[in-house]
Design a protein around this ligand. Structure first.
Ligand code: ADP
Ligand code: LRH
Length: 487
C-alpha cells in the first residue's frame, strides 16, 4: 500500500496529510487543515475533543473524495493532556488543556510528599506545571478513581477510530509517570495519585499495527479502507523523527512551543540536568529527546489573537523585520507568559517593569518576541552543550517556525552558527515514515531521514555580523539573572 495519511494536530492547528513514496522521493499532499485552540469556560481551559474527532472524519472523507480508497493512518497530537473513559468507553469529562491554571500550585504541593529529585531520578522528565502528573494530582479524586481508563489525547482518538485502547510510549513518557528503569508506569507515583496500573492500558510502541476502522464508522461515513498504525503519537517525537538530523546537530521543533535539544540513545538524568530542567522524553526506536521547553511561538500566536487576527504570521514577521532590533527583551520562559489574560499587556508590563522601552506597535511587539526567542535559544544551546559535554555544530529548525526567515536569521546571528530550516511539516513526516517502516517500504529511521533530506528543500542561514552583539548578550544575561531563575 502506498497511501499513508498522518493526522497531525498541534495546539494551534491540525491537518491530514497524505505521504507517498515515488522513486525514492517522499511527496506530501495536504488533504485537510483546521484551526485549533482551547476554549475558556468559567475560568477553566478545555479542548474541544469532539470537534477534533469530527475534523479527522472530514479529512478522511476528503481523502476518499480524492480517490484514496485504502491507506494506513497514524495520529499525533500535543502531549500531556488526557481523557478519562468509563467502563462503557464513554468520555467522562471535558478535556482540560494544559494551560489551565488549576496546576499553578501543584508542583509545590507534590514536592511536600515526593521530592523533585526522586521524581527526576525515576522519570528523567523536566518539572513543568503542565505535566500530566500535576494535572492528575489536582483532578477530582472521585472522577479519577471512577475512571476505567486514562488515555492521552491521541490514544483516545485512536480508540474512537478503532475501539482499541492503548497508551503509546512516546506520549506516555510526558505524563512524568514512566520509570526509566522498569520502562513502565512507576508504582510509587501511581500509588501517590491513587491510580491503579489497570487504569492505564498496555504501553504500545510506535510501529504497532492497530487494525481497521471501527465497523460502525464505516457504516456511517464514506471513508477509505484504513489500517491504523501506532506512530510516535507525541507531536514532538514525530517532529524529531521527521528532521533530517546530522550527527552533531541539535534541533528546535518550532511551533506553539520551541523544543530545543538533541537525540540520544541514553537518558541523562543527572542532578545537573535536573537543576537545568532538561527533560528525557522517550522517542521511537530506542531514542530519548534530551530537550528544554521554551515558550515558543505561543507568544506571537497570542499577540496575533489579541489583534483579532488582523495580521498573518508572515505579515507580523515582515513588520518585525522593519523594526529596530534588540530594543526590548522579555524572559520568554517566565511563567507569566504561560497563559496571561492579555499577552500584549503582559509583554508591555514586563518591559516597563525592567526599565526597557515599551513595545507599542505590532511590529515592535513581534520584534521583541523574536529577538527574545533567539536569545533564549543561545542561552539554552550553550547550557545544552555544557550538559552533554559536546559542541553542537549546527541547529536544525523544523515545524511551522521554520517559515519565519527573520527568526531563523536572528537565531543564526545570535548563536553564531549555521541554522538549517525545514521541513516545516516534519511532524507529519515523522508520523508517515513510522507507517512506512511498519509496512516495510522503508527499512529504518536512518533511511527515512535520508529520504526526507533528499525530498525537501532545507534552507540554510549563515550567521551575519550583528552590531554590539556582546552588549546585547550581556544585557540579556543581566535581565535573566535579575529574575528568579526561570524553567
Ligand atoms: P503547532 O503544531 O504547535 O500548532 P506549527 O508547527 O503548526 O505549530 O507552527 C505554527 C507556527 O508557525 C505559527 O504560530 C507561526 O508562528 C509559524 N508560522 C507558520 N507559517 C508562518 C509564516 N508563513 N511566516 C511566519 N511564521 C509562520
Ligand atoms: C508541542 C508539545 C510539547 C509539549 C507541549 C504540551 O506541541 O507537545 O512537546 O511539552 O506541547
Amino acid at each position: 500500500m502506498n497511501n499513508h495519511i498522518a493526522v497531525d494536530i498541534g495546539a494551534s492547528s491540525g491537518r491530514l496529510v497524505r505521504g507517498i513514496l515515488q522513486e525514492g522521493v517522499l511527496i506530501l499532499e495536504e488533504l485537510h487543515r483546521f484551526s485549533n485552540r482551547f476554549t475558556e469556560q468559567e475560568n477553566s481551559c478545555f479542548w474541544d475533543i469532539d470537534y477534533l474527532f469530527e475534523q479527522i472524519i472530514i479529512g478522511l472523507q476528503k481523502a476518499k473524495g480524492k480517490g484514496i480508497t485504502a491507506c494506513t493512518l497514524g495520529i499525533d497530537t500535543w502531549a500531556v493532556d488526557y481523557v478519562l473513559v468509563d467502563a462503557e468507553g464513554n468520555r467522562v469529562q471535558e478535556v482540560y488543556a494544559y494551560r489551565d491554571r488549576r496546576t499553578d500550585l501543584a508542583m509545590d504541593e507534590v514536592a511536600k510528599y515526593i521530592s523533585p529529585q526522586t521524581i527526576y531520578e525515576k522519570t528523567g522528565i523536566q518539572k513543568l506545571s503542565i505535566n500530566t502528573l500535576y494535572q492528575l494530582y489536582v483532578h477530582s479524586k472521585e472522577e479519577l478513581s471512577g475512571a476505567d481508563q486514562i488515555l492521552l489525547v491521541p490514544d483516545y482518538l485512536y480508540y474512537k477510530l478503532t475501539g482499541r485502547k492503548i497508551n503509546e510510549v512516546t506520549n506516555a513518557s510526558t505524563t512524568q509517570l514512566l520509570n526509566l528503569d522498569s520502562r513502565d508506569f512507576d508504582d510509587e507515583l501511581l500509588k501517590f495519585l491513587n491510580i491503579k496500573r489497570e487504569q492505564f492500558a498496555a504501553l504500545t510502541e510506535p510501529g504497532a499495527v492497530l487494525g481497521p476502522l471501527d465497523e460502525a464508522l464505516l457504516q456511517t461515513y464514506d471513508l477509505p479502507d484504513c489500517q491504523l498504525i501506532c506512530v510516535a503519537t507525541h507531536d514532538t517525537a514525530s517532529a524529531v523523527l521527521g528532521a533530517p538530523l546530522q550527527k552533531d546537530s541539535a534541533y528546535i521543533s518550532s511551533g506553539t512551543w520551541s523544543l530545543l535539544g538533541v537525540e540520544r540513545t541514553q537518558p541523562l538524568n543527572s542532578m545537573k540536568a535536573m537543576e537545568a530542567n532538561y527533560t528525557n522524553e522517550w522517542g521511537a526506536y530506542g531514542t530519548y529527546r534530551f530537550l528544554k521547553n521554551i515558550m515558543g511561538l505561543w507568544l506571537i500566536q497570542e499577540v496575533r489573537r489579541q489583534m483579532d487576527g488582523r495580521y498573518s504570521f508572515a505579515e507580523l514577521a515582515e513588520l518585525a523585520q522593519g523594526e529596530e532590533g534588540f530594543r526590548s527583551l522579555i524572559c520568554c520562559n517566565d511563567p507569566r507568559f504561560l497563559n496571561p489574560v492579555n499577552m500584549i499587556e503582559e509583554i508591555r508590563s514586563a518591559c516597563a517593569e525592567s526599565g526597557q522601552p515599551v513595545p507599542e506597535t505590532p511590529g515592535q511587539l513581534a520584534r521583541c518576541i523574536f529577538d527574545s526567542l533567539a536569545l533564549s535559544y543561545l542561552t539554552y544551546l550553550e547550557e545544552l552543550e555544557d550538559l552533554i559535554d559536546s559542541r553542537i555544530e549546527d541547529l536544525q529548525i523544523v515545524g511551522g517556525g521554520a517559515n519565519n526567515s527573520l527568526l531563523c536569521q536572528l537565531t543564526a546571528d545570535v548563536i553564531g552558527r549555521e541554522v538549517k530550516a525545514g521541513p516545516t511539516e516534519s511532524t507529519a513526516l515523522g508520523n508517515i515514515v513510522v507507517q512506512m517502516i511498519s509496512t516495510g517500504s522503508i527499512v529504518d529511521i536512518n533511511e527515512a531521514r535520508d529520504i526526507i533530506g533528499q525530498s525537501f528543500k532545507i534552507k540554510s542561514y549563515s550567521p551575519s555580523p550583528t552590531a554590539h552583539l556582546e552588549d546585547i548578550v550581556s544585557r540579556w544575561k543581566e535581565l535573566q539573572s535579575s529574575k528568579v531563575k526561570h524553567p
